[in-house]
Design a protein around this ligand. Structure first.
Ligand SMILES: Nc1ncnc2c1ncn2[C@@H]1O[C@H](COP(=O)(O)OP(=O)(O)O)[C@@H](O)[C@H]1O
Ligand SMILES: [Mg+2]
Length: 320
């Protein structure tokens, strides 16, 4: 095991609610090795995006990290200055979001937006920035990239816009790419292409990736390791094959049964019965206990610790 590139330790994120601080991320803990691809899965509202926005220090005014550390290459990002974060964002860690439409500026050409990222981090001439932009666009599968530099976002399809955003993200050769539901807004065939692209980039550039999705099957296709989140906590994590084929947490097992595989039949999306816990009303015990077919009294009373079992960790009093 090489030293982690990113180490998230006991991360907590909270909002100011009417009755005081409300915690949405409640002690998240995991690492990413150089070149490793980690998937974060969990239903909507489990704290996946907030955890990653905290890593990038992009939480905005309403939320803040209230505890823990985010160690990137030996440096605690939660303690870094804003100026330092501006250096790191885009150069060392880049993030791609769900909606390629709103992440691009409609008034600027694609070329301008890619070259702006390059020139924000590297002292290069305009023509050199243009060359790097073309290379990045070609690398993400945009053909005739030189000509397409002058196109505006509305001239691109949804899949092409997401490719352009990924080009911006990798243009400065970051060591970590965080992709937050990068395919959710796209149709199924395009989803598969973007997933394949990310797998390719990882292979060719050796970059580490955190791939967030609510679709466990989609994630399991390309990641080395899966981190399952529920109610602001990690409930299970381990090698992708183990999680897909032999999940031990009842939540992961239901999640796995829920979503059709990328290549499988497109049946109706079965959902897990019940709803995730409401923020500010987290149960004292396991957050999944109220929906869990396996729950016993102990589960309602006390949160199970995230216990290590070989290559896996699992937070459950009654793992399968
Ligand atoms: N700015 C905000 N103010 C209040 N609540 C928020 C804010 N952003 C997110 N939340 C809430 O925090 C919880 C976790 O959000 P998020 O990390 O976006 O979940 P996920 O990405 O797993 O779907 C959700 O219940 C969401 O509604
Ligand atoms: Mg999200």
């Amino acid at each position: 095991m090489s030293a982690p590139l990113l180490r998230i330790e006991e991360l907590r994120v909270a909002f100011r609610g009417t009755g005081g601080l409300i915690e949405a991320v409640r002690g998240v803990d995991f690492g990413v090795a150089p070149g490793e691809v980690v998937g974060i899965v969990g239903e909507s509202g489990s704290g996946k995006s907030l955890s990653m926005l905290a890593v990038m220090r992009l939480l905005g005014a309403t939320a803040r990290a209230t505890g823990g550390r985010v160690i990137f290459d030996g440096e605690d990002l939660l303690a870094a200055t804003e100026a330092r974060m501006r250096e790191i964002r885009g150069r060392d860690i880049a993030m791609v979001f769900q909606d390629p439409q709103s992440s691009l500026n409609p008034a600027l050409t694609i070329g301008r937006q890619v070259t702006d990222v390059v020139r924000a981090h590297r002292r290069v001439s305009a023509s050199e920035a243009r060359r790097i932009a073309v290379e990045a666009l070609e690398r993400v599968g945009i053909s005739e990239a030189g000509r397409r530099l002058d196109a505006y976002p509305h001239e691109f399809s949804g899949g092409m816009r997401q490719r352009a955003l990924i080009a911006m993200a990798i243009a400065c050769r970051p060591r970590l790419l965080i992709a937050d539901e990068p395919t959710t807004a796209l149709d199924v065939t395009v989803q598969a292409q973007i997933v394949e692209l990310i797998a390719e980039l990882r292979r060719d550039l050796g970059l580490a990736v955190i791939f967030i999705s609510h679709n466990l099957h989609l994630v399991a296709e390309i990641v080395d390791r899966v981190v399952v989140m529920y109610g602001g906590k990690v409930v299970e994590d381990g090698p992708a094959a183990d999680i897909e084929l032999a999940a031990r947490h009842p939540y992961t097992r239901l999640l796995r049964a829920c979503v059709p595989s990328l290549h499988g039949p497109l049946g109706p999306l079965a959902a897990i019965e019940g709803a995730p816990p409401r923020l500010g009303r987290m149960p004292a015990g396991c957050p999944f206990a109220p929906r869990c077919p396996q729950a016993a009294d102990a589960c309602e009373r006390e949160m199970p610790p995230l216990a290590t079992d070989g290559a896996r960790r699992i937070a459950c009093w009654r793992p399968q």
